[in-house]
Design a protein around this ligand. Structure first.
Ligand code: SF4
Ligand code: SF4
Length: 336
């Protein structure tokens, strides 16, 4: 059975189970490793040694747990996923079960894309500025040029989006990054930097961030190829500047760390279920034992993977068109 059928079937099961009030995640993220070949100032991960990583068989067990629970989308990140041993085999396992995406810094993309192209449905390449500013923030000279070459290769074959983190150093770059997305004929996704305690503090000043968010909202409304919905920008602006909170549903997104443990309640608040790996626990029981209501008004982060699913509503037709119909159309047009 192809992954389209698998995912469709799971969606029906999820809707039926959801009627009983059970919380079931739709999206999963998996950090394959912490090791990275870049040195981004705001990133805590490259500073950590890798724990013993999962074997291929353990990756499969993790994916089976997620699929059995009802997950439809699996996104891989790191560190730099292309540095992971058996990366193509891991992606193939995922592609047999899920819509599969990868976030990469693009350094190895040009030379290694052909090994994995059949198993990725959507690729995100991190770009934090155009030219030197990107190299400065990513801590390695030449990283912009390498990423650009990789994007040019990959975007011929699969949907590619730039993934851009707004920090104190690049709030004035957002429109240039959108121009670069247009130049490369790809989309762009924006995140606001979160100040991890183990990395440099780089979140933007409140005033400059507001200007950047308003600029992005205007660009979105005028048709710029920005992945986030206009509701995303409106919700962040409303929450952080106007005191109107959005309702976080972190249970829609599940994260698995490089050791195979479930991160609870979310990636940012970052606690664990203990030392057991996902296939060693009763996942539905553990997931539904969390007091999710406690997090509804958190609004601490603006991570797209949490905020967008939390905002999604079948009664918002514009959102249904943008998030479901357009994405499937984009996937299909790259598939043929
Ligand atoms: S490329 Fe990603 S994982 Fe690597 S240092 Fe930068 S933010 Fe961290
Ligand atoms: S808003 Fe709070 S609960 Fe929701 S994902 Fe962000 S940090 Fe987690």
């Amino acid at each position: 059975m192809g992954h389209f059928e698998n995912v469709a079937l799971r969606r029906v099961k999820r809707r039926i189970k959801g009627l009983s009030g059970e919380k079931i995640p739709v999206i999963a993220g998996h950090k394959l490793l912490f090791t990275c070949n870049l040195r981004c100032h705001m990133c805590p991960f490259w500073r950590r040694p890798d724990p013993p990583l999962l074997t291929l068989e353990e990756e499969r067990k993790m994916m089976d747990s997620l699929a059995d629970f009802g997950v439809s989308f699996l996104g891989f990140e790191g560190g730099e996923p292309f540095l992971r041993k058996n990366f193509a085999e891991i992606l193939k396992l995922s592609h047999d079960r899920f819509f599969t995406s990868v976030v990469s810094n693009g350094w190895m993309l040009k030379d290694h894309f052909r090994d994995v192209r059949d198993y990725i449905d959507y690729l995100f390449v991190s770009i934090d500025g155009v030219g030197e500013i990107h190299d400065k923030l990513r801590g390695v000279e030449g990283s912009f040029e390498r990423a650009k070459q990789g994007i040019a290769v990959a975007s011929q074959e699969i949907p590619v989006s730039l993934s851009s983190t707004i920090t104190s150093e690049n709030t004035d770059q957002v429109d240039k990054i959108v121009d670069f997305a247009n130049e490369m004929n790809v989309t762009v996704s924006f995140q606001v930097a979160y100040d991890y305690s183990t990395a440099e503090k780089m979140s933007p000043s409140s005033v400059k961030l507001k200007d950047a968010l308003i600029k992005l909202l205007d660009l979105k409304k005028s048709g710029a190829p920005i992945v986030e919905t206009k509701e995303y920008f409106e919700s962040v602006i409303n929450s952080w500047y106007n005191g109107i909170s959005w309702k976080c549903k972190p249970w829609l997104t599940i994260n698995i760390d490089p050791e195979g443990r479930v991160v609870l309640p979310c990636y940012v608040l970052n606690e664990y279920t203990g030392s057991k790996r996902i296939w060693e626990i009763d996942l539905p029981k553990v997931w539904n034992a969390v007091h999710w209501k406690d997090y509804e008004s958190c609004n601490k982060c603006a991570l797209t993977c949490y905020l967008e699913p939390s905002l999604f509503s079948w009664s918002n037709l514009g959102m249904v068109k943008e998030r479901i119909i357009d994405n499937i159309a984009s996937y299909l047009t790259h598939e043929v």
